[in-house]
Ligand binder design. Structure first.
Ligand code: B3K
Ligand code: ZN
Length: 876
C-alpha cells in the first residue's frame, strides 16, 4: 500500500480555471459529465502528462475541446486517468463522463443514495469516486453544477452556491443549476437530491446583507430543527463580533441525513449533517445533544472562513483548519454557556481521548509527515490537540495579539491553500513574537509531563518553583525536545486570595503565565508575605500532565476554594482518582477497600454549595469513570478490579451523603417547563448525579423508577433508565422501563440509539449476549453508522468489564463484526477499531487475547486500506 509523504508535495502541472458538472441522477446509474477548462501551469514541463485520480470509476467518455480522444492519447483505470500530449501553452477543455451507482455505495463516501436521498461526502478523498479529477485541496476552482432528476421523487435539487436556473424537462424530470462564485477545492463540493421538509429563516450580516437560512430534514421532523437554526444564527452573529467574519453567499443551507459516517461536513454554502446533530426537541434529545448540536452547527459554520475561504495546501495541514475551527467552536461554547464548565468538559475529553492516542501506538504529531490513509487522521490529536495549540498561541499573545494575527491571516491568505507555517507567520508578523520554538507543538507527538517541586523561604518571602518537562517516546520518535509551554500559575494566600510577587526571575512571565522553555527551569518569586499554595496549569493552559507532589492540605485547599474553577475541579478529580486507584489496588490484593471520608466530604460539600453553579457541582460530584481510572493506572489494568473498587467508593459516598442527595433530588425538581439553556441543563445534571447516589444509598430501584415515570424530557428519562440498567440490572423495574422505552420510541431511531447504548454499556460479562441479541432488534440496522456506533461502538469503547471479558469473547465478537463490516464501510470500521488501541495497557491475560484478535484481523487478505493502516500501526 502506498504511503504519502509531506516531503513529496509538489504543485500540479495544470491549472483548472473552472469546472461544469452535469449530474443525471439515477438510483443505480448516475452519469456525471465534467467539463474542465484548464491550462498548463506556467513553468511546468511542456510535455508533462495530465494525471487525474479516480476511485472505483467507470469511464464513459473522454474528449478534448469537444473531440473524442483517441485511445493512444490516454491511459485509464478505475483509479487513474493519464492524458498525454496536451497543449503546452493554450487553454483547453476536457470533457469526462463517468457512470456511478449511488445505491451500491455503502461506503457513504462520494455520491450515495440511502433512505431515498442522494447526498455526498467528499472530504477527504471522496470526489474521486464521482469523477476523475485533481482531488486534492490545493486545486481551487469555480464550480457550476447542473442536476437532472425525476421530479416526483426528487423535488429538491441542491448544490453549493446560488441557484441560477430551474426548469421542468417535460419528461417527468427537472433540472436545477447552481453556481458557486467562490473558488474551492473538490472536497467542499456537495450535492443533495430528494424529498425533504425545510425550515427557513433570515440573517442580516453586519454590513447589512440579507442571507436566507434553510435547514432540510426528513418529512415530519421540521419542528425539531428549530434549535439548530437558532444555534446557526447565534454562530453567525458571534463570528462577526468576536472575529469580524461575515458570511459571504446569499444563502446558507444545512441538510440533515440519517446515514452519515461522521458528525457533519462544511461544504461551501451547503453543510451536510448527521441528523443526530440537527434534530432536537425536549422529548427526544438530551441536554448533551443540545450542546453538541450547538457546537457542531457553529463548528461547520466557522469553517466557512477557517477551512473554506482559506483551505489547506495538502492534507498534512489538516489541523490548520480543524484545530483552529475547534478552538473557535470552544470559544463560542464558552461564550454561550458557562466558560469554566465548558472548559472542564474539554479537559475531560482531551484526557479521555487525545492523551491515550498520544500515549499509544497511533500517536502522531498535530501535523503528521506521512500517512497511508488520510481518513484515519481525523483524530483527536489533529482536532483537539490542534485546538489546544491555537489556544496556547492566544495565551502567549493575549486576546488582542491573537486577533491581530488572525486578522492578518484572513487578509493575507483569503482564497489560498496554505500551510501551518503560513498560519504561524501571521502571528509572528502581527505581534513581533518569534514562534519558531513554539512551532514544535505541531511537529512532535506525545503528551509532555511536567514535574514540579517547590521550596519556600519564609525569612526571605521567596518561593522557588522548579519545573521540568519530559515527553515520553512515541512510535518512530524517541528523541524528544523541550517544548515552549505557557503555564498559568496561581499563588494562593492562606486566606484564599491570589498573591502577586514583587518580582519573578528564572524565565519570562506574562500576567500569570510562566513561559517554560527549557527541560528544567527554576522560577523565583520574591516578596511573598506568606507561604502560598501553588495552583499549576490554571484553566488548563497547556495540554500536559502535571506531576506535583503537593501536600494533601494544599490539594484539599485547591479542591475547596481555588478561584479558578477548572483547577478546582481538577483537584477534586485528582483526589477521587487517587482514592479510586488505591481502592483498585486493594481489590486486586484481596484487601478491603478503604473509603476515604475526606473525598466524600469534599464531593458532598461541593454538590451542596449554593454559591457554585449547578453544572459545576454536577461535574464535581460525578466520579471518574472506570475508563478514567484505567487510564490513570496506565498499565497491567484489570477492569474487573476497577469496577469493584469504584462501586465500593461510590457506595460509601452514597451512604455518607444520603440526606444531602435526597435533598438535592427534591429541591432541583423543575416544574416550570423545559428550557435547553445551560443553567437549566446544569440543574438537571446535578439532580441526576444526586439521584444515582440516592438510588445506591437506598439500595432500591424505586427512586429511579419514579424519576423515569415523572420525567418530562429525554435528559431525565434516559438518566433514570441508565441508573436502572447500570445499578439495578435484572430488577423488575429495569426490565419494565427498558420495555416501555423501546415501545414508546418505536420509529424514533435516534432515541433508540440511547436505548442501545445504555444497554451495551451495562458492566459485566452478561452484556455481550445482550448486545448480540440487540443486533436482532428491528430497530438495529448494520448499514447505519449511528446504529452501529450506538450498539457495537459503545460496547467496545465504553464498557470496560463487558468488552474485556477475561475469556476474550468480547474481542472475538468485535473482531468478527469488524471483519464482516469492513467491506461495506471502511471509514466506520477503521474508526471503531481504534477502541482497542490501548490494549497493551491491559493485564497480560486480556492483553494477549486482545492481541490475538487484532492479529487475526491483520492476517486477513482483503482488508480495506483504512483498517489495514490502523491494525498495522496498533501491532507495531
Ligand atoms: N471536515 C469534516 C470532517 C471530514 C472527515 C473526513 N473523513 C467535518 C469537520 O471537521 O468539521
Ligand atoms: Zn471541522
Amino acid at each position: 500500500d502506498r504511503i504519502v509523504y509531506l516531503k513529496d508535495y509538489r504543485q500540479t502541472d495544470f491549472i483548472i480555471e473552472s469546472v461544469d458538472l452535469v449530474f443525471e441522477l439515477g438510483e443505480e446509474l448516475t452519469t456525471v459529465g465534467s467539463q474542465i477548462r484548464m491550462k498548463r501551469r506556467p513553468g511546468a514541463s511542456p510535455d508533462a502528462p495530465l494525471e487525474f485520480v479516480g476511485d472505483g470509476l467507470q469511464l464513459a467518455g473522454l474528449a478534448l475541446d469537444g473531440k473524442p480522444l483517441l485511445p493512444e492519447r490516454y491511459e485509464c483505470t478505475s483509479d487513474h486517468l493519464t492524458i498525454n500530449d496536451l497543449p503546452a501553452d493554450d487553454a483547453f477543455t476536457l470533457t469526462i463522463k463517468t457512470n456511478i451507482n449511488p445505491t451500491a455505495n455503502t461506503q457513504l463516501l462520494g455520491l450515495y443514495r440511502t433512505n431515498g436521498v442522494y447526498s455526498t461526502q467528499c472530504e477527504a478523498e471522496g470526489f474521486r469516486r464521482i469523477t476523475y479529477f485533481y482531488d486534492r485541496p490545493d486545486v481551487l476552482t469555480v464550480y457550476t453544477v447542473t442536476i437532472i432528476a425525476d421530479k416526483a421523487k426528487n423535488p429538491l435539487l441542491l448544490s453549493n452556491g446560488n441557484l441560477v436556473e430551474e426548469r421542468d424537462l417535460g419528461d417527468g424530470r427537472h433540472l436545477a443549476k447552481w453556481h458557486d462564485p467562490f473558488r474551492k477545492p473538490s472536497y467542499l463540493f456537495a450535492l443533495v437530491a430528494g424529498d425533504l421538509a425545510m425550515i427557513e429563516d433570515r440573517f442580516t450580516t453586519m454590513s447589512g446583507r440579507a442571507v436566507t437560512l434553510r435547514i432540510y430534514v426528513e418529512h415530519g421532523k421540521a419542528e425539531r430543527a428549530g434549535y439548530a437554526m437558532d444555534a446557526l444564527k447565534r454562530s453567525m452573529k458571534w463570528d462577526e463580533e468576536r472575529f469580524g467574519r461575515e458570511y459571504d453567499l446569499d444563502i446558507f443551507m444545512i441538510v440533515a441525513v440519517s446515514d452519515f459516517n461522521m458528525g457533519a461536513m462544511e461544504n461551501k454554502g451547503l453543510n451536510i449533517f448527521n441528523d443526530r446533530l440537527i434534530l432536537a426537541d425536549p422529548e427526544t434529545a438530551t441536554d448533551d445533544d443540545y450542546a453538541r448540536i450547538e457546537a457542531v452547527v457553529a463548528h461547520e459554520y466557522f469553517h466557512n472562513w477557517t477551512g473554506n475561504r482559506i483551505t489547506c495546501r495538502d492534507w498534512f495541514q489538516l489541523s490548520l483548519k480543524e484545530g483552529l475551527t475547534v478552538f473557535r467552536e470552544h470559544e463560542f461554547s464558552a461564550d454561550q454557556r458557562s466558560r469554566p464548565v465548558v472548559r472542564v468538559d474539554e479537559v475531560k475529553f482531551l484526557r479521555a481521548h487525545q492523551f491515550p492516542e498520544d500515549g499509544g501506538p497511533l500517536a502522531h504529531p498535530v501535523r503528521p509527515t506521512q500517512y497511508m490513509e488520510i481518513d484515519n487522521f481525523y483524530t483527536t490529536t489533529v482536532y483537539e490537540k490542534g485546538s489546544e495549540v491555537s489556544r496556547m498561541i492566544a495565551t502567549l499573545l493575549g486576546e488582542d495579539g491573537f486577533r491581530k494575527g488572525l486578522d492578518l491571516f484572513f487578509d493575507r491568505h483569503d482564497g489560498g491553500a496554505v500551510t501551518i507555517e503560513d498560519y504561524l507567520k501571521c502571528f509572528e508578523d502581527a505581534t513581533g513574537r518569534d514562534l519558531s520554538h513554539f512551532a514544535l507543538w505541531y511537529h512532535q507527538a506525545g503528551t509532555p509531563v511536567i514535574a514540579a517541586r517547590s521550596s519556600y523561604d519564609a525569612a526571605e518571602g521567596r518561593l522557588e518553583l522548579t519545573l521540568s518537562q519530559h515527553t515520553p517516546p512515541t512510535p518512530g520518535e524517541n528523541d524528544k525536545k523541550p517544548l515552549y509551554i505557557p503555564l498559568r500559575v496561581g499563588l494562593i494566600s492562606p486566606n484564599g486570595d491570589d498573591m502577586e510577587p514583587s518580582a519573578v526571575s528564572g524565565g519570562e512571565r506574562t500576567g500569570d503565565v510562566l513561559h517554560l522553555t527549557e527541560s528544567e527551569q527554576t522560577f523565583v518569586f520574591e516578596g511573598l508575605g506568606a507561604k502560598p499554595t501553588i495552583s499549576l496549569n490554571r484553566d488548563f493552559s497547556a495540554p500536559v500532565r502535571v506531576r506535583f507532589d503537593q501536600p494533601r492540605e494544599d490539594r484539599l485547599k485547591i479542591a475547596g476554594a481555588e478561584s479558578d474553577l477548572v483547577e478546582r475541579w481538577d483537584a477534586i478529580n485528582g483526589l477521587a482518582l487517587e482514592v479510586l486507584t488505591h481502592a483498585t489496588a486493594a481489590v486486586r490484593a484481596g484487601r478491603s477497600v478503604d473509603t476515604d471520608s475526606a473525598l466524600a466530604s469534599i464531593l458532598i460539600e461541593t454538590a451542596e454549595d449554593g454559591e457554585l453553579e449547578p453544572a459545576f457541582r454536577a461535574l464535581a460530584l460525578t466520579l471518574p469513570s472506570e475508563l478514567d481510572i484505567g487510564r490513570e493506572i496506565g498499565e497491567d489494568v484489570d477492569p474487573d478490579a476497577i469496577h469493584l473498587a469504584r462501586k465500593a467508593v461510590f457506595s460509601a459516598i452514597a451512604n455518607s451523603g444520603r440526606a444531602s442527595f435526597a435533598r438535592l433530588v427534591e429541591e432541583l425538581r423543575e416544574d416550570n417547563g423545559f428550557s435547553p439553556e445551560a443553567g437549566s441543563a446544569g440543574r438537571r445534571a446535578l439532580r441526576n448525579a444526586a439521584l444515582a447516589y440516592l438510588a445506591e444509598a437506598e439500595k432500591s430501584p424505586l427512586p429511579a423508577r419514579q424519576a423515569y415515570d415523572a420525567a418530562t424530557n429525554m435528559t431525565d428519562m434516559i438518566a433514570a433508565l441508565r441508573i436502572l440498567a447500570h445499578q439495578f440490572p435484572g430488577s423488575a423495574e429495569t426490565s419494565a422501563v427498558l420495555a416501555d422505552f423501546r415501545q414508546r420510541f418505536d420509529g424514533e431511531p435516534l432515541v433508540l440509539d440511547k436505548w442501545f447504548t445504555a444497554q451495551a454499556t451495562v458492566p459485566g460479562e452478561a452484556t455481550l449476549d445482550r448486545v448480540a441479541e440487540l443486533m436482532g432488534d428491528a430497530a438495529f440496522d448494520e448499514g447505519n453508522p449511528n446504529r452501529v456506533r450506538a450498539l457495537i461502538g459503545a460496547f467496545a469503547s465504553s464498557n470496560p468489564t463487558g468488552f474485556n471479558r477475561p475469556d476474550g469473547a468480547g474481542y472475538r465478537f468485535f473482531a468478527n463484526f469488524i471483519l464482516a463490516t469492513d467491506p461495506r464501510n471502511a471509514t466506520l470500521t477503521a474508526r471503531m477499531m481504534t477502541a482497542m488501541r490501548s490494549f497493551q495497557s491491559l493485564e497480560a491475560g486480556r492483553r494477549e487475547k486482545a492481541r490475538a484478535e487484532i492479529e487475526r484481523i491483520a492476517g486477513q487478505e482483503d482488508l480495506s486500506r483504512n483498517l489495514r493502516d490502523i491494525v498495522n500501526r496498533m501491532l507495531k
